[in-house]
Write a protein that binds this ligand. Structure first.
Ligand SMILES: Cc1cc2nc3c(=O)[nH]c(=O)nc-3n(C[C@H](O)[C@H](O)[C@H](O)COP(=O)(O)OP(=O)(O)OC[C@H]3O[C@@H](n4cnc5c(N)ncnc54)[C@H](O)[C@@H]3O)c2cc1C
Ligand SMILES: NC(=O)c1ccc[n+]([C@@H]2O[C@H](COP(=O)([O-])OP(=O)(O)OC[C@H]3O[C@@H](n4cnc5c(N)ncnc54)[C@H](O)[C@@H]3O)[C@@H](O)[C@H]2O)c1
Length: 468
């Protein structure tokens, strides 16, 4: 039976971006229709952030047992029950799912349609026989794993983020194709859970991060037994599963994980009919996240920018201001943080040293190692570094942290970058002792070291001492 709905806002995709737009708009009084063809919660909840972080937590627990002897705690070799690990991953998703559920959104007043959406005109789409006419649309259709044109890949079984977390059995030898955040996180997780792992990256791992800090992550991966092959791609695959690399070597594995980047979901959406133009990986958007059809906005992975859940949430705020309040809010990624949840974690906000030098020419770089942190020593987590990139006058342009809880520590520096603070704002803080965050303060203090402990200060102190 066909019917027609008119609404203020129609959101396509119930992932991180679409749910944030729908929840915000509905609670602000807009009439909202949300169309989702798959599971509510999208990639992040079902096949991305949540299961990967749950798996990493299990892997960290196993690693903790191996490391316990370092503290004088003798423990037998950890036995991994893969079905229980899988149950933990599933249980974590299930615990979060109600927040993203159809019931919750209907409770907020959102009309939810569980079907594939396709535009049939610039202001009309159809989903499961329902025609939706909306004042504004939000495209939040996300992305999926990019499968590179490697010869033989169409003949062998391979895993992606969509199937990896469904595997309840032990993996013998995992070959990971791609050394971005997915490849690195999943390589370490599986190694720690007992698999042999070979990670093949045609360039260098984590290329968007500062190489000086990436080196620390690399050292840990190798020390834990990940067979890291950088600078060589996978030339072809066959059987179940043999990978021949560009350098001529052969890797025999039991499973292959393809983690070679993402492709935006733009197919079969009727974007032609809507007048929405495609970009290289997603749709064309302006700084206000408007597509080439001014009624249609795009958020999250399909918008063609950085692909993170917190970016999708940030986009949602921009679109709500534009679409509901007609405010010309624009995206700005200057203070965008990101974290790779390897162990040690790797976190970045603002400019890396290389980016800052390219854009600003002269910059100051300050460093402090975790090895000088009393807390890091107590916890035997001394391998880490805080690196600050400052303008000539001391404004914080960027911060990079590798080490324990780097992802938590980057919050302070996100504030510093977004508020364009002088490094003295952090150097002057009193932070609780002993915390890892003190390392950041120590790095910041480096700005003052040359003048504070220099000859001029010494002369001044001696001079003032004469007055009693
Ligand atoms: C393994 C992995 C780990 C990750 N870890 C992190 C992390 O730790 N931190 C982080 O910030 N980011 C992480 N990400 C990235 C993060 O998951 C994405 O950036 C985020 O999910 C993007 O949200 P989105 O709303 O754009 O898309 P999605 O969450 O993918 O949602 C899109 C939704 O649209 C639906 N859809 C598509 N087409 C249609 C259609 N035609 N009709 C109806 N519905 C449609 C899909 O079914 C899907 O539910 C990770 C990603 C992966 C793969
Ligand atoms: N912690 C997090 O926030 C987190 C975690 C996972 C994913 N993500 C998001 O998901 C996105 C996708 O992650 P990803 O790791 O799939 O992609 P990516 O694009 O970041 O990395 C893919 C890597 O695969 C390599 N590669 C491509 N083809 C290859 C080949 N034939 N042989 C060898 N190497 C090859 C590329 O050189 C690249 O380094 C990330 O960019 C990130 O935005 C975020």
């Amino acid at each position: 039976m066909s019917n027609e709905i008119r609404c203020d806002l129609c959101v396509i995709g119930a992932g991180s971006g679409g749910l944030s737009v729908a929840a915000g708009a509905a609670q602000m009084g807009a009439s909202v229709v949300l169309v989702e063809r798959g599971a509510m919660g999208g990639d992040c909840l079902n096949t991305g952030c949540v299961p990967s972080k749950a798996l990493l937590a299990a892997a960290k627990a196993a690693h903790g047992v191996w490391k316990a002897a370092r503290f004088g705690v003798e423990a037998p070799e950890p036995a991994i029950d893969h079905e229980l690990v899988h149950a933990h991953v599933r249980g974590t998703i299930d615990a979060i799912a109600p927040h993203d559920s159809q019931e919750r959104f209907e409770g907020l007043g959102v009309r939810v349609i569980r079907a594939h959406a396709r535009f049939i005109g610039p202001d009309t789409l159809v989903a499961d026989g329902t025609t939706v006419r909306a004042r504004r649309f939000v495209l939040a259709t996300g992305s999926r794993a990019f499968v590179p044109p490697v010869p033989g890949l169409d003949t062998v079984p391979f895993l992606t983020n969509e199937t990896l977390f469904e595997e309840p059995r032990a993996i013998g030898h995992l070959i990971v194709l791609g050394g971005g955040p997915i490849g690195v996180e999943m390589a370490q997780a599986h190694r720690r859970l007992g698999a042999r792992v070979t990670l093949v990256e045609k360039g260098t791992i984590l290329p968007k991060d500062d190489p000086e800090l990436v080196a620390v992550v690399r050292r840990h991966l190798v020390a834990e037994g990940v067979d890291l092959r950088e600078g060589t791609g996978v030339a072809r695959v066959s059987g179940g599963v043999t990978a021949v690399l560009d350098d001529g070597s052969t890797v025999e594995g039991t499973h292959l994980l393809v983690a070679a980047g993402r492709r935006a979901n733009v197919e079969e959406l009727g974007l032609d009919a809507a007048g929405v133009e495609l970009a290289k990986n997603g749709v064309v958007t302006d700084a206000r996240l408007r597509t080439t059809n001014r009624r249609v906005f795009a958020v999250g992975d399909v918008a063609g920018g950085p692909q993170f859940t917190h970016v999708a949430g940030y986009h949602a705020g921009i679109v709500i201001r534009n679409a509901l309040f007609r405010l010309p809010a624009k995206v700005n990624y200057d203070a965008l943080p990101w974290v790779t949840y390897s162990d040690p974690e790797l976190a970045q906000v603002g400019l890396t040293e290389a980016m800052a030098r390219e854009r600003q020419g002269e910059v100051r770089v300050l460093r402090a190692p975790f090895a000088e942190s009393d807390r890091a020593r107590a916890e035997a987590r001394t391998d880490g570094l805080v690196k600050l990139v400052l303008s000539r006058r001391g404004r914080v342009l960027g911060a990079s942290i590798v080490g324990a809880q780097a992802g938590e520590q980057i919050a302070l520096w996100t504030l510093a970058v977004s508020k364009r603070l002088h490094v003295g704002a952090v150097a002057g803080l009193t932070l609780p002792y002993p915390t890892l965050a003190e390392t950041g303060k120590r790095a910041a203090g480096g700005w003052y070291t040359p003048s504070l402990f220099g000859e001029r200060t010494r002369r001044l102190v001696r001079f003032l001492a004469r007055f009693g």
